[in-house]
Design a protein. Sequence first.
Length: 197
Amino acid sequence: MVSALVCNGSRVLTVEEATRIRDRIEKPSSRALFDLLLYSGMRLSEVRQLRDNPAIYDHERGTITITSGKTRATQNTRNVCLSDKGRRAVEDYLKIPSVPNSPTAWQANLIRWAQRARIQALPGKEESNNPAGLTVRTTRKTWESWLLSAHPDKLPYIVLSQGHNEMISIRHYLNIAFTKAEKEAIKEQVKGWGCTS
């Protein structure tokens, strides 16, 4: 059995795991939010910006312009670059935009869906309240890991899109050990990605 992937305390999903979780989300607005978070790598606070001001999404350019709320932000504003699935996720989300009241509520949903999807427990976590290790950062970490797996040559563009610096990306995401089959599946998920493509 292939072991689960973890990055800095948060689960990183394979395409198969993400699909299984998504299939357990009954509510259309929650499914749209999951897709948006997964295919953009945005934080919940950034999704609120999109909900409150849909004009920050530029369909033609395939970007969402995010204004940072962090005092020590790497960038004050950044363009979140989207893939084909990312554009579709934004458009589906904007039809029924919702954001949970708290990150804790969203994490509780992720944990529940992962349990329903029978996502493999992390070693030593089998009896915990969160055996699969999903956190509110899981979709963000998953997306950046997928992008770096498919496009290691685009590291500068990926870190700018995600609002990180190169050292963080290299240290946390570039070394995720996806199998060959998982990497092939990832290429389909990230198709069309980039502010430069």
